[in-house]
Design a protein. Sequence first.
Length: 256
Amino acid sequence: MKCHTNSIKNKGDIHMETITESKKCIDYKEEFKKVFNSLSSKYDRHTVWNDFVEMNALTLSNICDKRFEIERKRRYMKIRKKYSDMEFIKFMEMFSFTASALDKNTEQDFLGMLYVELGLCDDAELVRFFPYDTAKLLASIAYAEEKKAENQCLESITDFCCGSGCMLIAQANILKKDNINYQQEAVFYAQDIDKTAALMCYIQLTLLGVRAIIKIGNPLTDPFQKGEEFTKENHWITPMCYAEPINTSEILPVNE
């Protein structure tokens, strides 16, 4: 009887190991593409992408940010009604792949990479979306120069043409490798004139637990200002900002 019990236990262990290994082997990017393409066979590809991004940004926002909860719920339901229940499940699957991919590997711009590979990005937009390795190199140079000049960690990390947040993701990983808790010791400020790009940034920084404020708007005519109050709907505040409150009057950068 004892031997039989051990046999069952061993089989269970093998089964769990098999499940774990199968999860490790999932190519989240390719799985995302399959689901996305199944939806875009019926709907316009850009519409599917924009709806995916906005619905998930709205959902994440309403977790903690109650400033525009009612308006954002209405916007969410307006988008949701376009799709059947089965189609909506596919949107949930794409978000699951996104969250799992970033959980497995933080060193990537998952949504930005997909946006380009799915052919959604035109030549004019490429300035916003570039390889993560390039972003990491540029962020490393900027961080090294800042440390040399001030001999301290930047309290404010900024990107006023943020795209999907590639540079900011790279900066967060650099801080982490330098044993700096970016969730407590830094605030990330991002801005982009393109709504979808800015919300892609918002989703990824939220999933990575970054304290960030993303502003949708033209950084030349409507930049971040010192002590700016985030009372407009074009300000998207990640949930981590509510866990670790910030004082904008002290550390918010002036975009000159």
